[in-house]
Design a protein around this ligand. Structure first.
Ligand code: HEC
Ligand code: HEC
Length: 503
């Protein structure tokens, strides 16, 4: 918490994703494109095929210009945005990997220069020199990936670095090689998919068929590498990370299943339209296949980012920039004592550093709907208990008094009417809502922290006793502080849950 907090209404995640997604798409296009161009040029020259050469030349415009313009622009954009959104984690990455970044920038400069020479050299260079420049373009681009991959993979699996702090342990971390191969596969696949889109607009049917078949081959080879290395990548992620994700993050884990299906559909489309019916490769199919590829890639990046939660650097720094190693110091001194920049409103400052990078009160991932109708003490308990809830949030590392300040800050801004009035509910329906709001974040019936079976043999009186001692039932479980009507309705609903209903 050595940096001021940037208040932006838009969600941090969305803002980051907007820029990062464009950047990773473009940069992977550039690498795969480099390889596709030079390999295809080489074969066209060998067969002295002017039409193929013309196609490669037209394609080089897209690959080279996007790399140079968008790649460079969004690359700068990424630095800008991570510096604003996550200065503490950016600092850790720079401290540990400054020479890796420097190396990566050198490769990037070579890549850009070679790409420009390649693009401008079609008429000005000998065939041999032109292809050599093409190879330099691809190799430099791939080497820049090989460097950056170490840093990205480090954030998910810092491995031995956590104990030794060694650069090499952090760089060649447990998912380094699998993600490098996986990303290389993505590059090859994307180059094929883009070339397919270009080929789909070719007029001459037989030339189109050969373009499509060739490019579909690239797409399929890339996809095969991706699929195989995805198993490898998943196997290299520590079981503890996957276990937490499976328990507290149902959506990313479900998305993983969808990603396999998506890959199958993509593979089937490439075989059907690319290999079996290449002449009929319609521009719309070209766009659809391209979009499928990008959706798959985007989902992979999102999945990788999601399972890292609650950390930004696994095991070292939480997503709200609090540090694992300082947990005791925070609890002893309070979070405020560790904040270098304070605005004078302690509740607001604490909220910013504990919750605000992922929640706003009323906009992005809003807390208000979750706390409307709740009393201040419940909110206090919920702040203390964030680390136990669904969603894999960082644990609250401040003091009890600081949790109270955050609770006051939130309570001021929520609806103070009772739940029954806000939602117009009564009886078991009210009970269900009360359960959702007061219990459901930590006990999802049949899911995360489920304990419905505990209610099976309990009479209403027992359930009432249980609610009276709620705060003693679990570490950081809040006391039950709802109104008597809510209490009655909740007991009714817990009985239904105990009988196995209402899930
Ligand atoms: C901030 C998280 C949190 C909230 C909110 C919460 N609990 Fe818990 N609860 C826990 C934890 C942690 C435990 C102890 C771990 C365990 O045994 O699963 C626990 C244990 C229990 C237990 C005893 C253990 C068991 O499995 O039978 C019951 C019963 C229970 N909670 C009911 C409730 C009810 C009812 C509510 C809503 C009024 C509620 N909890 C709200 C976190 C929470
Ligand atoms: C690293 C990001 C992050 C931080 C920091 C964070 N949250 Fe969350 N929180 C989430 C996500 C993601 C969800 C799940 C949203 C969903 O599934 O709809 C969530 C869900 C919740 C829920 C509802 C749980 C449920 O699903 O029923 C509450 C309440 C909550 N957060 C409160 C807080 C409070 C209070 C803080 C600060 C003390 C905080 N969060 C800090 C990301 C975060």
């Amino acid at each position: 918490m050595n940096y001021p907090f940037w208040d932006v209404e838009m969600g941090y995640g969305i803002l980051m994703a907007l820029i990062a997604v464009v950047h990773v798409f473009v940069s992977h296009f550039a690498i795969g494109g480099g390889l596709y161009l030079v390999v295809t040029e080489q074969s066209a020259r060998k067969h002295d095929d002017a039409r193929w050469l013309g196609f490669v030349r037209r394609l080089s415009k897209f690959f080279v210009l996007t790399t140079v313009v968008f790649g460079a622009l969004t690359g700068v954009g990424i630095w800008f945005i991570i510096g604003l959104l996550d200065p503490a984690a950016t600092e850790v990455l720079i401290h540990n990997f400054v020479w890796a970044w420097a190396t990566e920038w050198c490769f990037f400069i070579v890549e850009i220069l070679a790409a420009l020479l390649y693009y401008n050299g079609w008429d000005r260079m000998s065939a041999r020199n032109h292809m050599m420049v093409g190879w330099i373009y691809f190799i430099a681009a791939w080497l820049s990936l090989a460097v950056i991959d170490g840093i990205i993979a480090f954030m998910l699996t810092p491995g031995g670095w956590l104990e030794s702090g060694s650069f090499w342990a952090g760089f060649f971390n447990p998912t380094y090689w699998s993600s490098l191969v996986l990303r290389t596969g993505i590059c090859i696949m994307l180059a094929g998919l883009y070339a397919l889109m270009a080929a789909s607009r070719e007029k001459d049917a037989s030339f189109k068929a050969s373009l499509v078949r060739h490019s579909a081959g690239w797409g399929l080879v890339g996809l095969a590498v991706v699929a195989a290395s995805m198993f490898w990548f998943l196997a290299d992620i520590p079981a503890t990370v996957m276990d937490t994700a499976a328990k507290a993050m149902p959506i990313p884990m479900a998305a993983l299943g969808l990603m396999w299906q998506l890959a199958l559909v993509l593979g089937a489309m490439l075989v059907l339209f690319g290999l079996v019916l290449p002449k009929a490769y319609h521009p719309l199919v070209g766009v659809a296949v391209m979009v499928l590829g990008l959706v798959w890639f985007g989902s992979y990046e999102w999945f990788r980012e999601s399972i890292r939660k609650p950390y930004v650097i696994s095991g070292y720094m939480y997503a709200n920039a609090t540090e694992v190693g300082k947990a005791e110091a925070y609890q002893a001194d309070g979070l405020l004592a560790h904040m270098a920049y304070r605005t004078g409103d302690d509740g607001d400052d604490l909220f910013r550093h504990a919750c605000r990078s992922c929640h706003t009160i009323n906009g992005y991932n809003a807390l208000k709907p979750l706390f409307d109708g709740m009393d201040r003490d419940y909110i206090d308990g919920a702040v203390m208990g964030t680390g136990k809830m669904l969603g894999n949030m960082p644990p609250f590392l401040g003091t009890k008094a600081e949790a109270g300040l955050i609770a006051d800050h939130i309570y001021k801004q929520v609806d103070h009417r009772p739940v029954a009035e806000i939602h117009g509910l009564s009886g078991a329906a009210l009970g269900r809502k009360v359960y959702e709001l007061r219990c459901g974040s930590c006990h999802v019936p049949g899911g995360h922290g489920s304990n419905t079976e505990s209610y099976a043999d309990m009479e209403p009186g027992d359930l009432g006793d249980m609610l009276d001692m709620a705060a003693d039932l679990g570490d950081r479980m809040p006391a039950f502080t709802g109104t008597s009507e809510e209490r009655q309705a909740l007991i009714e609903y817990l009985q239904i849950l105990g009988k196995g209903g209402a899930q």
